[in-house]
Design a protein around this ligand. Structure first.
Ligand code: XMP
Length: 516
């Protein structure tokens, strides 16, 4: 099979919050794209022989002393280059143009008009709504460049050297607020870089199956299945490649949502016919968590116990050389970014951290995929929608949504309320579209109410629902009042022990998505 990654786009990261989004947009157009640090080696950045470079935006100003530089090999390269925002300014500065602070900074929507003919704007209307976010601008064009588009505030909203296939955009084509942005990227890929469109779920599956077979040969693979999308799709993919030589271990720690543990067994063992070992570790986890209220302490215990329970199973089962993990591309980019960021806000527990003394070799078939691609692959592999479209769920599960003492009774209360919220969101069509993550949080706080003429004194439940592209920043979802009213009424009526429902209207930052 042809190399799916060859001839794609290398996105060079200069620190923009949208860098990953650029790569995702390109892949949505059927072309492989990968993000590289701007100070990465030539060999690494060129490893898949890209057909073009895209230079991301970034927070720096090109004239600052410590500003990230344009790699010389890109400056001198003959393959097409598209600079976005800071990337455009960097390109300009590197090849003889001048960049300076704009008189008025421009953040938000703008209209640009393109007059000059160029392949970048081929087929697009003359006036385009775009999203700007910049404090600097181009003062003098580099030799060989001309202005392609302008806005009221910005004479060089788009520039290009058509002969050398170098372009710059002052706005962000990758964000939703630039409605024609995808058409511009499409032009860059197919008219300028002459890319092939071959990056699809079907091609990926075929390629991954070949690679898994080649890696694993006749050996056996073990997988920790959490029920989340990533490990589920990794499991289905490996199962497609090696069938019964894959064994999955599912640890039920009692902190899952309503019906989840049963569903995992139903889907993977019964429907998919996978070899699945379900370990009931509810008592072990709840005993260990007894009396703990501090979030980080809960996370640590859960992480450690998970490793213990899994390792015990793995040691009992002999003859497994490989361990499969549902690592996805953002995990890798994020952990690279993590090494530079000093502060830990929350220590995330993921299934990843298994002890080295188990001596497994890793199989990570989704290492190159974004979440939306993982979902497409899962759907193409025939996994049910309820699994493929599952919203993200934290490793420590309901332990960090059940504030205060963790008892089975309180967990059941939380599960029942959470299920009602999910059910109503699903009915309203807002679980898959319109909210990125929605859940209930039980507070260790009691309040007075009145039910059937009687005073009640019960616990308070919080509904949390957010919209976000990347989970790094998020806004609270503007859910319809009627929906909130239905959810609140049903919870208070149907779940004993909750007499008040509140809605969390904090964005991230300053809040986080989870409460602990
Ligand atoms: P926060 O609360 O940090 O959450 O805004 C961002 C995203 O991460 C998830 N999250 C976790 N995931 N282990 C995980 O695997 C954790 O300990 C953890 N804490 C938060 C959260 O659900 C949201 O999607």
């Amino acid at each position: 099979m042809e190399d799916l990654k060859r001839g794609g786009i290398a996105v060079i990261d200069f620190g923009s919050q949208y860098t990953q989004l650029i790569a995702r947009r390109i892949r949505e157009l059927g072309v492989y794209s990968e993000v590289y640090a701007h100070d990465g080696s030539v060999k690494h950045i060129n490893q898949h022989e890209p057909a073009g470079y895209i230079l991301s935006g970034g927070p720096a100003s090109v004239y600052e002393t410590d500003a990230p530089q344009l790699p010389a090999f890109i400056r001198d390269s003959e393959i097409p280059v598209l600079g976005i925002c800071y990337g455009m300014q960097l390109l300009t500065e590197a090849i003889g143009g001048v960049v300076g602070p704009a008189r008025t900074r421009e953040y938000g929507p703008a209209i640009i008009t393109h007059r000059a003919r160029s392949p970048l704007f081929d087929g697009l209307a003359a006036d385009l709504r775009v999203w700007m976010s910049h404090g600097d601008r181009i003062e003098t064009l580099p030799p060989g460049f001309s202005a392609l588009a302008e806005s009221d505030n910005c004479p060089y909203a788009a520039i290009g050297d058509l002969r050398r296939n170098r372009y710059g955009l002052q706005f962000h084509p990758e964000v939703q607020h630039s409605p024609q942005g995808q058409a511009i990227l499409n032009n860059f890929l197919f008219r300028i870089c002459r890319c092939q469109s071959n990056w699809s779920a079907e091609n990926f599956i075929q390629d991954a199956v070949d690679k898994i077979r080649a890696q694993v040969k006749g050996e056996r693979v073990l997988l920790a299945l959490s029920g989340g999308v990533d490990s589920a799709v990794a499991g289905a993919l490996i199962h497609r490649a090696i069938g019964e030589r894959l064994t999955c271990i599912f640890v039920d720690h009692g902190l899952l949502r309503q019906g989840e543990a049963k569903q995992v067994v139903q889907v993977f063992r019964r429907e998919q016919g996978m070899d699945l070992i379900a370990v009931n570790a509810v008592e072990t986890f709840l005993n260990a968590l007894d009396g703990l209220t501090e979030p980080e302490a809960k996370r640590k215990i859960i992480g450690k116990l998970f490793v213990d329970v899994f390792s015990e199973q793995a040691r009992r089962l002999r003859g497994f050389r490989f361990l499969a993990q549902g690592t996805i591309y953002p995990d890798i980019i994020e952990s690279a970014a993590d090494s530079k960021s000093a502060k830990t806000i929350k220590s995330h527990h993921n299934v990843g951290g298994l002890p080295r003394d188990l001596h497994f070799e890793l199989v990570e078939p989704l290492r190159d995929c974004f979440k939306d691609e993982v979902r497409k692959i899962g759907a193409a592999l025939g996994l049910p929608e309820a699994i493929v479209w599952r919203q993200p769920f934290p490793g420590p599960g309901l332990a960090i949504r059940c504030l205060g003492a963790l008892t089975w009774e309180r967990l059941e209360k939380l599960r029942a309320a959470d299920a009602i919220f999910t059910d109503e969101l699903e009915t309203a069509g807002m679980l898959r579209k319109g909210t990125a993550q929605s859940f209930a949080v039980l507070l260790p706080v009691k309040s007075v109410g009145v039910m059937g003429d009687k005073r009640s004194y019960e616990e308070v439940l919080v509904l949390r629902s957010v919209t976000t592209e990347d989970f790094m920043t998020a806004d609270w979802a503007r859910l319809p009042y009627d929906l909130l009213a239905r959810v609140s009424a049903r919870i208070v009526n149907e779940v004993a022990g909750i007499n008040r429902v509140t809605y969390d209207i904090t964005s991230k930052p300053p809040g986080t998505i989870e409460w602990e």
